[in-house]
Design a protein around this ligand. Structure first.
Ligand code: ATP
Length: 265
């Protein structure tokens, strides 16, 4: 199944045309990347995909999980890690647990406090990103890389099938970026999570992404394998994967795929 099927879309801000008959397809289980220079329209495309902005009537179509975006209701199956997502939390007096828990409020309801089940879900999500020891720390006291992991945990707590990320590692050092990519790769390969990531980080694409789409002059192009930037001999991202979590406490390990393909992350 195509998780994302964008076909022939055009979009303008006023008189300024950003997308000109652009298309993009992401198959289930694929790790896809979207690249393009500053201002090319990547975030715009992402916003259209998330339903934050509407497409004009005769300006192409967007289907998510086989449904037209205008009728799409399964938003819980999709998570989004925004660009510079942590900036707004810098002085926010909330703990890591509270930040991740916030994505469960539709499940918890307005008049109930988080229970044991929700706390365990948060713990599991933090464990997946290696941040379980920081559960009670204030979000603003963490480093950029740690904050980004928390943001990823926040997006994982609902067990999404499709994860969209907009430049998730901007402003993060190389080591933390590589570790973040390992996390994503693990989610994709061991959990069958479909991923579309907007990125300027071309170095790792060769090892990371199944498909790389280039957005240029309003049009998209699927890059042939030999044109994908990055050199596979430089880094083997998967060889350094953290697989220390165990099934019993909700963490992740190598054998877990067989026991919970899409279930508890
Ligand atoms: N709300 C808006 N109103 C008018 N123009 C906008 C708006 N948002 C973005 N733009 C313009 O549309 C173009 C595409 O912006 P967009 O943020 O989608 O690009 P991008 O590829 O994500 O860029 P970057 O890599 O720098 O994040 C830019 O020229 C931008 O200035």
């Amino acid at each position: 199944m195509e998780m994302i099927n964008i076909s022939d879309i055009s979009f303008s801000y006023g008189n300024s045309q950003i997308l000109d008959h652009a298309s993009l397809h992401v198959s289930e289980g694929h790790f896809s990347a979207l690249i393009g220079s500053n201002g090319a329209g990547k975030s715009t495309l992402m916003k259209l995909m998330l339903g934050e902005m509407r497409l004009g009537k005769d300006n192409g179509s967007i289907q998510l999980m086989g449904q037209d975006i205008r009728q799409f209701k399964d938003w819980k199956k999709i998570s989004y890690v925004p660009q510079n997502g942590m900036v707004s939390y810098r002085d926010f007096p909330a703990s890591v647990e509270e930040i991740v828990m916030a994505n469960l409020y539709s499940q918890i309801g307005r008049f109930r406090f988080p229970g044991k089940k929700e706390k365990e879900q948060v713990h599991q999500a933090l464990c997946q990103v290696g941040m379980e020891d920081y559960q009670n720390r204030l979000i603003g006291r963490l480093s950029g890389g740690q904050q980004q992991r928390v943001l990823l945990a926040r997006s994982l707590v609902n067990h999404p099938q499709l994860l969209l990320l907009d430049e998730p590692t901007s402003g993060i050092d190389e080591q933390n970026t590589n570790e973040f990519y390992q996390l994503l790769q693990r989610l994709n390969q061991k959990r069958d999570m479909t991923i579309l990531m907007v990125t300027h980080d071309l170095q790792s694409l060769h090892d990371l992404a199944d498909d790389v789409w280039l957005l240029e002059d309003g049009k998209t192009r699927l890059l042939p394998h030999e044109e994908i930037p990055g050199n596979s001999s430089e880094t083997d991202i998967s060889s350094n994967m953290n697989t220390t979590c165990s099934v019993s406490d909700g963490r992740f390990n190598e054998s877990e795929k067989e026991t919970s393909a899409h279930g508890n992350l």
